[in-house]
Design a protein. Sequence first.
Length: 202
Amino acid sequence: MINEDLIQDAAFFDPRTFSKLKSPGFMFPEGSLSKIASMANVDVLDIQRQLIEFAQNYETIANIDAIILYQDCNDEFFKEKNENHTDMEDDLKCALSEKNRCKSCISCAFLYVYTLVTHTPNYNDLYTVYKVILSLAFTQVSCERSFSILKTIKTRLRSTLSNDKLEAFMFMNLERGMIVPHDIIIDRLGATSTEMKRMLIG
């Protein structure tokens, strides 16, 4: 398997494997986390230290009431999430739902790390690595889904579509679950020309 090292590294960041990290005398296997650390441009030893510390305190952090945990946080994560939206799987839906958070998936762990980073700089590298992990596609499902959609958009009758239009149609189809307020769309369209602004905004 091509990405075997990467998948093994990412598995350490899953809360379901934290019990292993918490066991006394745990040592990372030689070369562990080096690939993912190099992708995130962080030091391997710092990541290992921060991850073990985070794993040891994870249950305490996860059991803190959501209102207390998020009362000082602004909505930067959610804005960033929508701007850099990639693939909204069930895992990510869990993290975005405050009431029904499972506390045992990577996206929930990322949300807790994000909250910690807003209060202390001790987990900055760990936060960076979690962002890298959540942006990676470990399987070919997303890619294959894109090609399936491409076949339905670029048919024999629509073979002369320009790349810009094709990209826009693909994006709309792939990200149809993304909720964008209507006023943002109207403002963006209005900003393209004075005529559009006059027609849409008045």
